[in-house]
Write a protein that binds this ligand. Sequence first.
Ligand code: GRF
Length: 210
Amino acid sequence: MSCRVVVLLSGRGSNFQAIAEAQLPIEIVAVISNRPQATGLEYARTHGLTAIALDHTAHPDREAFDTLLADEIERHQPDLVVLAGYMRILSPVFIARFEGRLLNIHPSLLPMFPGLKTHERALEEGVKIHGCTVHFVTADLDHGPIVIQAAVPVRADDTPGSLAARVLVQEHRIYPQAVRWFAEGRLAIFRGRVNLKDDSTSQSVFSTGM
Ligand code: GRF
C-alpha cells in the first residue's frame, strides 16, 4: 500500500511539482491551498489530482481556520502531510494533530535564518554557504527535527533572487528524497533528531549542491 500524502501550499507549487514528478512510492490524495489562485492548485487540477481551495480570508480566526483545515486533511486519511510553500503559521492545535507526519521545507540551513526573507538575511550576514532544510514540523517554528539539508555556495555578486534560484534547485532535489525516505518508513525521530534507518553512508543525509 503506498503512502497517502496531502500537500498544503499557498503559491507557485514548484516543490509540490518536484515531488509529484519524482516517481515516489506515494499517492497524492489531495492538494489544499489557503489561496484559491495558487498556481500549484492549477497544476494539481491539470494532473487529475484532487485540488481544494480553503480561503483563509473567509475565516479570520486562525484556530477556527486551522481546525477546518485539519478536518479537511483528515478526510483524506493521509500518512504524511507535506507543507510545500504553505505561507501561514500553523497553530499548535493543528501541529499536535499531525506531529510526526508533517514535513516542511525551509529555504535556509536551519537553525540559521528561521522565518522569512532568508536569502536577503544570508546576504546581509555575509555567509559563504547557504541552503535549504527539510524538517519535521513541531510547535517550535522552523526548529523541528532535521531530515536532510543541501548547501550551495554564496557568490560575491549574488542577489536575493539569484541565491533563491540556486537554493530552489536543491529544494527540488532534497524534498522528494525526504518524502521517499518517509514513505519507505526509514525516518525515525529519537530525542528530537532524525535517524535514517538502514543507511550505509551517513553522507547521503548531507547533499551538497556546490
Ligand atoms: C520555497 O522556497 C520553500 O522553501 C518555501 O517557500 C517556497 C515555496 O516555493 N517554504 P514553491 O511554491 O514550492 O515553488
